[in-house]
Structure formats: structure tokens, C-alpha cells
Design a protein around this ligand. Structure first.
Ligand code: ZN
Length: 155
């Protein structure tokens, strides 16, 4: 069994936060970072156990279309593998049928390469930039995506 962590990696957390910033009304019912006890028992070697995996809810009605994400994230070097709608993609083998017990029709599973856990650069570069009603909302969203800047020296 892999070492169990209590916190998801920043890269995994960024997937969910950035998706919400871009599509604020998206559904989150199948979002997931760390495994539940049941999931852990079923999948002792899941990347969720190391914080290097994230499940994002499929909600095309509100702009999060996991079929589109499945295709586009194949260009992201952080991706170790993707699972969506009975398909698995790896950089080594491309797309293959996925026959695991969960067909992944209501979320995409994204596994992240070991060395990329701290990389929070944008995941959804092809999607529109988020639309905010006020400058305050935009600033708040930006502060959640990036670490806060260090205090500036007094002038
Ligand atoms: Zn998953």
C-alpha cells in the first residue's frame, strides 16, 4: 500500500478551484481529492491515497464537459493518466477501453505525475477566462489560485 497522506497536493486542489473560478455554477457532486475509507479498501494503490489525483464532476450544462477535458488534458505534461466514460488515456499508450468497476461517467479522474504535485499553473487554458461581476470577486478568485505574495518591503 502506498503511503497515505492527509492533504491533497496543490496541483490536485488547483484543478477543482480553477474549474470553479472559470465555471462558478458547476456541480460538484462527484468532485473528490482524498479517498473515503471504502475507496481506500477497494483501491489500496489509488493515486488518491498520495494526494496526486483528483475527480472532477462532469457537468457540461454548466461548462465542465469532461469529454472535452479528457481530450485537452492529453497535452498537459503534468498528467500521468486520465479516466473518463469507460476510457483511459496514458502518455505511453494513448486511449484504451477502461473496464474498472466504476465506469467514470459522472466524473473525470486525473492522476498527476509525482514531480508535479506543486505545479498549480492553469489546467484549463483552452476555456474562457473567468467572468467576474466585480473587481473584488476577481481579486478574491485570483488569491485562491496563487499563493499570496510575500509582504512588500516598506517604501
Ligand atoms: Zn479518481
Amino acid at each position: 500500500m502506498k503511503k497515505l497522506v492527509k492533504r491533497a497536493t496543490p496541483a490536485a486542489i488547483a484543478v477543482l478551484r480553477q474549474a470553479t473560478a472559470i465555471k462558478p455554477s458547476r456541480k460538484k457532486a462527484s468532485d473528490g481529492l482524498l479517498p473515503s475509507a471504502a475507496h481506500l479498501k477497494q483501491n489500496p494503490n489509488s493515486d488518491h491515497n498520495t494526494g496526486l489525483a483528483v475527480d472532477l464532476t462532469h457537468d457540461p450544462k454548466h461548462g465542465i464537459d469532461c469529454a472535452e477535458i479528457f481530450k485537452n488534458l492529453q497535452n498537459d505534461p503534468r498528467v500521468k493518466y486520465l479516466i473518463f466514460n469507460r476510457k483511459i488515456w496514458t502518455p505511453q499508450k494513448g486511449t484504451d477501453p477502461y473496464t474498472g468497476s466504476n465506469p467514470h461517467t459522472n466524473h473525470i479522474h486525473i492522476s498527476i505525475n509525482d514531480k508535479c504535485g506543486n505545479d498549480t499553473s492553469p489546467w484549463f487554458v483552452w476555456l474562457d477566462k473567468p467572468v467576474y461581476k466585480t473587481a473584488d470577486q476577481a481579486r478574491l478568485a485570483a488569491s485562491k489560485l496563487r499563493p499570496l505574495p510575500k509582504k512588500k518591503a516598506k517604501k
